[in-house]
Design a protein around this ligand. Sequence first.
Ligand SMILES: Nc1ncnc2c1ncn2[C@@H]1O[C@H](COP(=O)(O)OP(=O)(O)OP(=O)(O)O)[C@@H](O)[C@H]1O
Ligand SMILES: [Mg+2]
Length: 226
Amino acid sequence: MILIECRNMNKSYQNGQIETPVLKDINLVVNDNDFLGITGPSGSGKTTLLYVLSGLEKPSDGEVILLNQNVAQYNNQQMSNIRKNQIGFIFQFYNLIPNLTVRENVMLALVIAKGKDDSRVDQLLTMVGMADYQNRYPNELSGGMQQRVAIARSLVNDPKIIFADEPTGNLDTINGNEIMNLLHRLHDEHKKTIVLVTHSDDYIKYCSRFIKLVDGKIVKDEVLSF
Ligand SMILES: Nc1ncnc2c1ncn2[C@@H]1O[C@H](COP(=O)(O)OP(=O)(O)OP(=O)(O)O)[C@@H](O)[C@H]1O
Ligand SMILES: [Mg+2]
């Protein structure tokens, strides 16, 4: 089943009179249970592509069909509903709210998604190995621990697709591998579709497929077999 499809998609940013083309003629299909890696040098457009694929940014031209919805035709409210209910995000710098505890951070995401069953918060914190730290604040945790909380948060609405923008970018190798193993489990055991931006070639091995961007164009698209 196709979850995301880009057809002849272009994305430029407009700053005053200046238009900066960032993504150029992207054609891409993401299928159910893909683990898609997006690689490429700094500035090649990886984050921009993630934002367009996830409906955080609209394409300038061409089509993006996300979960059977044409992103370009959706208004902000409709897009926000898709993001709240069907998509999870994981960022490089975790983006936890500093004055909320671990549990409250995950709980807040549940409330925003209008979930009522807070036993789900406990299940998720257990799954990421953070149940014992649920009353701690983010600044009392290591980077790897904060990222595990962010992963629990991304799962509260039981999303079909998880988008992760260099989730290991700020971590050492041990913690980075731990986060990658967790993503691997989400893909393998929980059958999530994952779209991962990564600088590190070491993490390509976790992907079922990867693309490489250079100057906003896809220069490589490879399926990997395990
Ligand atoms: N909001 C914006 N307005 C204008 N230009 C932008 C904006 N966001 C990104 N760009 C430009 O688009 C290009 C691609 O940026 P993007 O952040 O997608 O690259 P990236 O591959 O994720 O880089 P990195 O590996 O450093 O995170 C860059 O030239 C950047 O300056
Ligand atoms: Mg980026």
